[in-house]
Design a binder for this molecule. Structure first.
Ligand code: ADP
Length: 500
């Protein structure tokens, strides 16, 4: 039995109600899996303006006093709230701050741009999180920060809490879900974090090429650092194209930097029980998937050529952030040609304006064959995973990727580039253990060649069904990952003892 730990999760996202991408799913499922293994996990996130307090059961935590927290030159009023049943195993705390969080979402405004006061928001979130152990009389073993936004919690732990009271050893762990988001600012902004200017000037911890870089500081200072798949961990150290400039800093961590593959939450992602689907189905009852395809085509106005039980060509799905990372640029130039061959497409996503506009244009030209839904819609995402025959994820890089795991579980073989977590979760159909289709070069022709292989296999229904069933049988439960995080926590605690 692993030792029970008190774990403070500092995250900007928590599924399903504060989610932009995979971080939200992981923060939720990992915390729940650790709590299920007996750890005392407390998640702290900002009380965003879009959260419906009444519907989500968010209520003030009356036993804690209101606080006044300084961020830069300003002092902000702060209150703690909680969410979920009082006896729930997982404890979720939300930080209310009228000035910084009210009326606004997670990272971006309606114009799609990041908030100018992202540092101030991150600072307040981190300060509130680190105050909780003392306010609750709860000795914290591990402060687990997720991505650049939560790095201030690690910095404050090391720079403020040498002289202040923080019960428990409070070893630090940083999990990187996306290396591309680093929070890079002018060095003077370090004052907004309440940290000394020397830290943002060479050779200070936050300094990176004349700027202040939060993620760099987190990587260099956390007791343990990990990312979300073994292949991405290797790629980010070995290849500057993946390291986003931080390859040297990551490499310098040696064995202190590792990759732990995310899981997929079976409670939420299971076609046998999914309430969003037209019909539930499983590996022993694949026919239900035909009903899901038909309902999806109907909902999106797609005319899928061929027999309803067996279209001429696969209906292809895409669900994800529309950013260049996701390889949408590889797909767009192929759409017209593939539609000419009888393929149909269901695309769901929001993101970069240029990609959205390109998809809008294709969908407007071929509305029967290409549907593009430009919103964030959790229920529609479920229906696409279930209703499509092939799931497209040609990412240029992918720290882990959850969508391909959901597609596997929903019997929709993924088409992926061999990178990061995609390489760790999808086996090419040419292999006896195949579960999907894998290609190497980040070029439209390579994706097209891969789709041609899928098209050929589609014409062999028995082999196709065998491919689906193998994918649906993949084990992506969170307990394996949770056990690996327990090891990382132990290593972090040992490193903290040596440091003390
Ligand atoms: P990333 O973390 O890079 O965004 P992942 O594949 O790890 O990519 O996770 C993406 C998650 O976000 C999945 O749960 C996916 O279904 C969801 N998602 C992305 N875009 C949308 C959208 N527009 N509507 C609903 N869900 C979405």
């Amino acid at each position: 039995m692993p030792t029970k730990r008190n774990i403070l999760m500092v995250t900007a996202e928590l599924a399903p109600w504060a989610k932009v991408g995979g971080l939200g799913d992981v923060a939720q499922a990992l915390s729940a899996a650790l709590a299920g293994r007996g750890h005392d996990v407390r998640v702290v996130l900002p009380l965003y303006g879009h959260l419906d307090r009444a519907r989500l059961g968010i209520r003030p935590l009356k036993k804690l006093p209101p606080l006044a927290l300084r961020v830069g030159q300003k002092v902000h009023d702060v209150r703690f709230h909680v969410q979920g049943p009082p006896a729930g195993r997982l404890k979720i705390y939300l930080v209310e701050c009228e000035d910084l969080f009210a009326g606004r979402g997670i990272y971006t405004g309606p114009d799609g741009k990041g908030f100018a006061d992202s540092l101030e928001r991150a600072s307040l979130h981190a300060q509130a999180a680190l105050l909780l152990p003392r306010l609750l009389g709860w000795p914290v073993d591990v402060v687990h920060a997720h991505d650049a936004e939560a790095v201030p919690a690690l910095l404050y732990r090391d720079h403020w809490y040498t002289g202040r009271d923080l019960p428990g050893p409070a070893a630090t762990v940083l999990t990187i879900h996306n290396l591309a988001h680093q929070e890079i600012h002018l060095p003077d902004r370090v004052l907004d974090l309440g940290l000394p200017r020397s830290l943002a000037v060479y050779p200070g911890l936050l300094e990176f090429h004349g700027r202040m870089n939060l993620l760099k500081a987190g990587i260099a200072s956390a007791d343990r650092v990990n990312t979300v798949s073994p292949t991405y961990a290797r790629e980010t150290v070995a290849d500057p194209a993946y390291g986003c400039g931080l390859e040297g800093v990551l490499g310098a961590r040696g064995a202190g930097y590792s990759g732990i593959l995310n899981g997929a939450d079976d409670e939420v992602w299971d076609p046998l029980r999914d309430p969003h689907l037209a019909e539930n189905y499983g590996p022993a009852r694949l026919a239900g998937k035909d009903a899901c395809r038909a309902a999806l085509a109907d909902e999106l106005g797609l005319a899928v050529p061929g027999n309803p039980g067996r279209p001429d060509k696969p209906l292809c799905g895409f669900v994800g952030r529309l950013v260049h990372q996701k390889g949408v640029d590889l797909l767009i130039p192929l759409l017209e040609r593939l539609v000419g061959d009888g393929f149909t497409f269901a695309v769901l996503g929001t993101g970069d304006r240029d990609l959205e506009a390109a998809l809008d244009a294709v969908a407007a030209r071929m509305p029967d064959a290409v549907s593009f839904t430009r919103v964030f819609d959790e229920a529609l995402a479920h229906r696409i995973y279930a209703g499509c025959d092939l799931f497209l994820m040609p990412s240029l890089f992918e720290p882990c990727g959850l969508s391909q795991m959901y597609a596997l579980k929903y019997g929709s073989p993924p088409v992926v580039r061999r990178t990061g977590g995609l390489a760790d979760t999808v086996v090419d159909a040419d292999d006896a253990a195949g579960t999907g289709f894998v290609f190497d070069q980040a070029r439209p022709e390579a994706l097209l060649a891969c789709l041609r292989r899928a098209e050929a296999l589609w014409d062999d229904p028995d082999r196709w069904a065998a491919l689906q069933v193998r994918g649906m049988g993949c084990e992506f439960g969170w307990s394996r990952a949770a056990a690996s995080y327990e090891d990382v926590y132990l290593q972090a605690l040992e490193a903290r003892t040596i440091r003390a």
